[in-house]
Design a protein around this ligand. Structure first.
Ligand code: PEP
Ligand code: MG
Length: 690
């Protein structure tokens, strides 16, 4: 017959997997020479169906235990009492983590008033019946549907049953219960911390507010404290992680009940991981894998001041992360201050400047409004020149911060209505300011309004209807680049992105406009440079240098059709930037701006397992991206590829971007550290899978 019940010292490699985390922990501790109360494990299938054979095996194991303990199961004067626990080693609402003092009869309960047994009343003098009932209860509490489903999510392992000799921290004044951590859980410092209480059970310890610490233990129980130090070292060396250990000292004899990975604050986790690397206990890779990307998330960032996980330890771990990652991490910014922050947080470039966000002062806003409202070409040119000036200055500042790192600037991607007020009072004020009658201005704004502004005159469409806007933006970018190159001698690396592309004709049209503006601006700069230094002689070298700036013109892939015709786009596009926000919106046909309510309802009803605007939909959206990238690379092997939607800082989405070997991910500056860590973890996992 197949063996279904194993003493802790009998577990073979083959059955370790079935013992559950707690069962494995006990076997391992015993192997390491750590004193654990002796016992045995009943495999899940035997616990589920207690046959006569199983019953016999349990009897035999109890006899073994009686011998080890020198006590008798059901013996009135010296009873062997056991605990019955699930091998899962976790607790969950609605489940029985364990039943204590099994084997205690009514009579004995009277003799040992401190001992409580939930089973004594029901099974007064029949300890084996108690034991069987306890096994059934603990096992089935984990098989209840709610527990079963929650448990599937936590992947807590097998539902084996562990029967173990009871030991008591509340036996006398030479007894205590202690919860010991191998390092300080608040700070991560390599110093043992503990809470203990003399003559107390764990229940007493957890309730009490007057527990003592490790320094007290060293004074009060120096011999046990020294043993605990050894146990801590052995367990840390073996598990290579900070451990929280449950210890009972019964009349001077020390027992370890269990040892788990300690729960720590992110700061403490980072410090412990970093120090374990210096101690040679773990490698850098383990340290990088150990911190959750979410734990490195930064809070709100006050100017200059960065809250959250920015300790030296976190920085060290992030710098190791950079050694493992292959995806470049860039940031989406609207101005030079954001760019500076992004750089401080480790961004390797700017993946997206949304130029519609650059109208951040009254003056700039007035200029674009004037441009939109201009009735003559002359007035429009005047307004465009004014915007060009603002644009050039703002873009130049970003180039100055980023130096030779790549900076991707996207052409205007918002309907013109976005630049106007919606409030009547404000429209009145604006009418007076721009000298247009209120009624007339109201009518113009109404005309610009769109039922669903998220899919209207945006991106390429806007730039095709008003090519002068694209031309102006390209010129501003070129001039900013030329000036930074001239003044700082820096080789700037600009990229101009055309948003909302559906067809190759759209892209070619806008790319032509942009290219022409770039060429003309560069030619003008070259001829200007050629006149220098005295305004006369033609300086060929200066002209060549002024022209030697490589501008990439790229296409956003954010409309499903663009993903499908990516090969055609790649004939001219030098880069692809995947806009996962719009792509998700259009694949789902759900607006990304005003549908929070639908998404919440869908999540509640289980229709969406995850919000597809946060975590990339691997089934419905990711394949489009994968095929677009493949098609693009077929036509242009080294086409630059990146992603700039919200998904760029989501760890699960990053795993996918790693799988398709994307060039970069670009997220908001404050998410850069999180993205760096997630990118490193994705690269490590990918390598380990191969
Ligand atoms: C996107 O669509 O994913 C994107 C980055 O652009 P925006 O959010 O500005 O539309
Ligand atoms: Mg978009």
């Amino acid at each position: 017959m197949e063996k279904l019940v194993y003493s802790f010292n009998e577990a073979t490699k083959e059955i370790l997997g079935e013992l559950g985390p707690r069962g494995r922990n006990l076997v391992k501790m015993l192997e390491l020479g750590i004193p654990v109360p002796f016992g045995f494990t009943i495999l899940p299938e035997a616990a589920e169906n207690i046959t006569d054979e199983v019953r016999e095996a349990i009897h035999n194991k109890i006899s073994e235990l009686e011998e080890v303990a020198g006590k008798g199961f059901g013996n009135e004067s010296s009873p062997l009492l056991v605990s019955v626990r699930s091998g899962k080693g976790i607790s969950m609402p609605g489940t029985l983590e364990g039943i204590l003092n099994v084997g205690l009869s009514d009579e004995e309960a009277k003799q040992f008033p401190k001992l409580k047994s939930v089973l004594a009343d029901e099974f007064s003098l029949e300890p084996y019946e108690q034991l069987e009932a306890a096994i059934k209860r603990v096992y089935s509490s984990w098989e209840k549907p709610e527990a079963f489903f929650r448990n599937m999510k936590t992947d807590a392992g097998d539902n084996s049953i562990i029967v173990q000799q009871m030991v008591y921290g509340d036996k006398d004044d030479n007894s205590f219960s202690a919860i010991v951590s191998t390092r300080n859980l608040e700070t991560g410092e390599n110093a043992i911390t503990c809470e203990y209480k003399v003559n107390a059970s764990f229940e007493d310890l957890l309730k009490s507010k007057e527990n003592l610490g490790f320094a007290d233990l060293e004074k009060q129980f120096p011999y046990e404290a020294a043993k605990i130090v050894k146990i801590c070292r052995i367990l840390e060396d073996s598990y290579k992680n900070v451990q929280t250990i449950f210890i009972v000292c019964e009349s001077g004899r020390l027992y370890v009940l269990k040892s788990d990975i300690a729960g720590m604050s992110p700061e403490a986790k980072a410090r412990a991981a970093r120090e374990m690397v210096s101690e040679g206990l773990i490698g850098k890779k383990d340290a990088v894998m150990r911190i959750e990307p979410g734990e490195i998330e930064l809070g709100e960032i006050e100017p200059g001041e960065i809250e959250g996980l920015t300790t030296e330890d976190a920085r060290a771990i992030l710098s190791w992360a950079d050694e493992f990652k292959s995806l470049k991490v860039r940031a989406n910014v609207d101005n030079a201050e954001d760019a500076e922050l992004a750089l401080t947080l480790g961004a390797q470039g700017i993946g997206l400047v949304r130029t519609e966000h650059m109208f951040d002062t009254e003056q700039k806003l007035t200029a674009i409004r004037k441009m939109i409202l201009s009735e003559t070409d002359e007035k429009r040119s005047e307004a465009l020149a004014e915007i060009l000036n603002f644009h050039k200055k703002d873009i130049k500042k970003i180039f100055e911060v980023m130096e030779d790192r790549p900076v991707t600037i996207r052409l205007l991607d918002m309907p013109f209505a976005y630049f106007f007020p919606t409030d009547d009072e404000e429209i009145k004020q604006l009418a007076a300011q721009v000298h247009i009658a209120y009624d007339k201005l109201g009518a113009i704004i109404d005309r610009l309004k769109e039922e669903n502004p998220m899919l209207g005159t945006r991106g390429a469409r806007l730039n095709i209807i008003y090519p002068e806007v694209a031309r102006m933006q390209a010129e501003a970018i070129a001039r900013a680049a030329i000036e930074v190159k001239k003044e700082k001698g820096v080789d700037v690396s600009p990229e101009i992105l055309v948003p909302m592309i559906a067809t190759e004709e759209e892209f070619f049209f806008v790319a032509d406009v942009v290219k022409q503006a770039l060429d003309e601006t560069l030619a003008a700069a070259a001829s200007e440079a050629a006149q220098q230094p005295f305004g006369k002689a033609f300086d060929t070298a200066a002209a060549a240098e002024a022209l030697d700036i490589k501008f990439l013109i790229g296409s956003m892939i954010e409309i499903p059709r663009a993903a499908i015709v990516a090969d055609k786009l790649a004939e001219r596009a030098m880069s692809f930037s995947i806009g996962t926000n719009d792509l998700t919106q259009m694949v789902y046909g759900i607006s990304r701006v005003d549908t929070d309510q639908i998404i919440k309802e869908y999540e509640k009803k289980g229709i969406f397992k995850e919000n597809p605007f946060k975590t990339l939909d691997l089934e419905g959206v990711a394949p489009l991206i994968e095929s677009a990238i493949k098609k693009g690379r077929k036509v242009k092997e080294n086409i630059r590829t990146g992603v700039c939607g919200e998904h760029a800082s989501d760890p699960k989405s990053i795993e996918f971007f790693q799988e398709i070997n994307l060039g970069y991910i670009s997220c908001s500056p404050k998410d850069v550290p999180k993205a760096r860590l997630a990118a490193a973890q994705a690269a490590i996992s990918q390598r380990e899978k191969q």
